[in-house]
Ligand binder design. Structure first.
Ligand code: SF4
Length: 291
């Protein structure tokens, strides 16, 4: 009952059929799984903050740098990362479009209007001032409240650009602007287009995506083998542990092949105490055996 019907990438019938599942989120560093969490909501936006909270529980601190794709670029998420002092290399929905060489900004979109921050007004393509008329609020599914400033043109009647400018009825165009989100987007754009940002963006597709690729195609782990969130969490926890050990072994093998030392002795020294303490917990309190 804690799973949700979702559209799956695997669609054998090719009819968009939904199936019960969980939204599995993972974080990865050097292709090691550093954390994971399962969510009932199919979209990624609302999973970021609970995921970071789970990371905090696991490690006692938050990561100093976060790299994520545009599915996570919401005001709420940017704010969380900003207040936690994290460097957020997180794309927003139009970032890819803006980076295309042939991208031409739409002159009628309010993002491209001139804004006078001192006197708080916008200037439309016809040069009319759009003055502030109030503030509206929206609430996300998680309860986060966004603030949108509303601006209105003085008179659009008879404007030769009217047909290209807006479709709504009425002779005074109204725009709504989320200034806070715009600031976060501006900051994210600067970070993402910096030298460090380009490096992180390049690595993003070979970090979690490579883990999912190995998991789903090389290891054929495409389905959970249990029902219920607790059991599925245990299922994936074992998988993640095995995945990381396998990764570590292949790294050691590669290192050895390239002339490095063989750290077999060190490897076992590290693994043994973990197994030992896990076993003790298991035998004294079987309920704690769920990872
Ligand atoms: S329709 Fe109104 S808002 Fe649009 S360009 Fe003309 S005067 Fe400006």
């Amino acid at each position: 009952p804690d799973a949700t019907f979702m559209r799956m990438k695997e669609d054998a019938m090719n009819n968009g059929q939904t199936k019960p599942g969980y939204n599995l989120q993972i974080s990865a560093e050097n292709q090691f799984i550093t954390d994971f969490a399962l969510f009932p909501n199919p979209t990624d936006t609302l999973t970021l903050i609970p995921f970071f909270n789970s990371f905090l529980d696991r490690y006692g601190h938050l990561p100093s740098v976060a790299v994520a794709d545009s599915g996570y670029g919401s005001e709420e998420n940017y704010r969380f990362m900003d207040e936690a002092g994290m460097e957020a290399y997180v794309k927003y929905n139009r970032f890819h479009l803006e980076q295309r060489p042939r991208y031409k900004p739409n002159p009628f979109h309010h993002d491209n209007f001139h804004y006078n921050a001192t006197e708080d007004y916008y200037v439309c393509p016809m040069g009319q001032h759009m003055t502030r008329i109030g503030t509206s609020h929206t609430k996300t599914a998680s309860g986060y409240r966004s603030e949108n400033a509303r601006y209105r043109a003085h008179n659009c009647k008879g404007c030769p650009l009217r047909c290209m400018c807006y479709k709504a009825k009425g002779d005074r165009r109204i725009i709504e602007v989320n200034h806070r989100l715009n600031e976060y987007k501006h900051k994210a754009r600067e970070l993402l287009t910096s030298e460090e940002g380009i490096r992180h963006r390049g690595r993003r597709c070979i970090e979690p995506e490579a883990v999912f690729g190995q998991m789903k195609f090389n290891m054929a782990y495409r389905r959970f083998r249990h029902f219920g969130k607790d059991k599925v969490t245990m299922d994936f926890a074992f998988f993640a542990i095995a995945f990381n050990i396998k990764k570590m072994c292949s790294k050691i093998a590669k290192q050895t092949k390239n002339g490095g030392n063989t750290p077999h002795f060190g490897l076992f020294l590290h693994i043994y105490p973990i197994l030992d303490s896990e076993n003790r917990i298991f035998w004294t309190n079987p309920q704690k055996s769920v990872a």
